[in-house]
Design a protein around this ligand. Structure first.
Ligand code: DX5
Ligand code: ZN
Length: 219
């Protein structure tokens, strides 16, 4: 199943609830929640109180992407605030296996993310551990950037690593996904698609419907 996970980083926060309702009406599956600390990435976004508020207004899966140093410090609090999936960065989390186990012990799904210049091979030893692997397709920190082409090869490589090991896990892509390159990431093997500008820029419901329709056909 191909999943649409709109990144609320690109929403208008003054009318966040209304904009999320429009994305739901267009058929999205998850909401992607980008947390930035100004340390791991050169930007600051939003955190726990915002997650608690949106937890009250949606039943959709809340897919939390922690772009923060030492994310193990905050896993429990994001789960308490309503996260369904927590993704931490391989580059930022030293006790990585332990952190994934902690997320699982709380009954939630766990993801491992890598930045564009991190070799996909680093994920090898975690293949059977995480539920999802996030291949960043832009440098994390900002929405609205252009897709980095060499990341397509990393998606394909990860897909092969998983199938060679006979392991089933989600492959998430995040950054610069558009109507133009959606076919490329789907063909490469991604199945959880994060999109900010391509959903919240313009007519939100129509954008979400456009991609949901493509995904339904792709099955
Ligand atoms: C970037 C974030 C992304 C971002 C994607 O650091 O992780 O989720 O919001 O936005 P677009 O789709 O606009 O590139
Ligand atoms: Zn993200």
């Amino acid at each position: 199943m191909i999943i649409l996970s709109p990144s609320i980083l690109a929403a208008d926060f003054a009318s966040l609830g209304e904009q999320m309702a429009r994305a739901e009406a267009g058929g999205c599956d998850y909401f992607h929640f980008d947390v930035m600390d100004g340390m791991f990435v050169p930007n600051i976004s939003f955190g726990l109180p915002v997650l608690s508020s949106i937890r009250k207004i949606t039943k959709k899966v809340l897919d939390v992407h922690l772009m923060i140093e030492a994310p193990e410090r905050y896993v429990d609090r994001f789960i308490d605030a309503g996260a369904d999936i927590i993704t931490v960065h391989q580059e930022a989390c030293v006790p990585l296996a332990k952190t994934i186990e902690r997320i699982h012990s709380r009954g939630k799904r766990a993801g491992i993310a890598i930045k564009p210049h991190t070799d996909v091979e680093v994920l090898g030893k975690y293949l059977g551990l995480a539920d999802m692997f996030l291949i960043m397709t832009v440098e994390p920190g900002f929405g609205g950037q252009e897709y980095i082409d060499f990341c397509t090869g990393k998606i394909m490589k990860l897909k092969k690593m998983l199938s060679d090991s006979k392991i089933v896990a989600d492959i998430q892509v995040d950054g610069g996904i558009t109507r133009q390159n959606i076919g490329t990431v789907l063909s490469a093997g991604a199945n959880v698609i994060v999109m900010g500008s391509s959903i919240f820029g313009g007519n939100i419901e129509e954008n979400a419907k456009h991609f949901s329709d493509i995904f339904a056909e792709y099955e």
